[in-house]
Design a protein. Structure first.
Length: 142
């Protein structure tokens, strides 16, 4: 089942940056740089200081998260272990697998968080309560 993924299965992917005197470009292509076809794209911007985004897990959907501008931290948890990745390079993407809890925090001023998703929006795919997430992962809630 998808809820067997661990935080160690979530990694930074370095995209194919092309550096040029007139500006740089980073490229993401389905099934080349990422192991899924992108079915939805959205971005977070103008996030107020101190605000947190995410706060959920997905049953089926996986994501690539990119700091297109500025920086922010992505905290992930598989119910047992936790890890934080600071994203600040627009040529790096953080691949988050299914069944992993995520919070996005510490947004710098003017940051833009781009999210590439493997599925279209489907509310039933979300696990929004942390205790429900732990139960989904087979971890006893006290």
């Amino acid at each position: 089942m998808n809820h067997k993924y661990k935080i160690s299965d979530c990694n930074i992917i370095t995209l194919s940056p092309i550096h040029n005197r007139s500006g740089n470009i980073a490229i993401i292509e389905n099934r080349i740089h990422i192991p899924f076809d992108v079915k939805r794209v959205y971005w977070l911007y103008d996030v107020p200081a101190g605000a947190e985004r995410g706060g959920h897990a997905h049953r089926q959907l996986e994501q690539l998260i990119v700091a297109v501008s500025g920086s922010f931290d992505v905290r992930i948890c598989d119910g047992r272990d936790k890890k934080t990745e600071t994203l600040r390079q627009p040529f790096q993407a953080f691949h988050i697998k299914q069944g992993i809890w995520r919070d996005i925090v510490n947004f710098s001023s003017g940051s833009v968080c781009l999210v590439l998703a493997s599925e279209k929006y489907f509310e039933a795919d979300y696990i929004r309560d942390y205790d429900d997430f732990l139960e989904y992962r087979g971890i006893t809630v006290r």
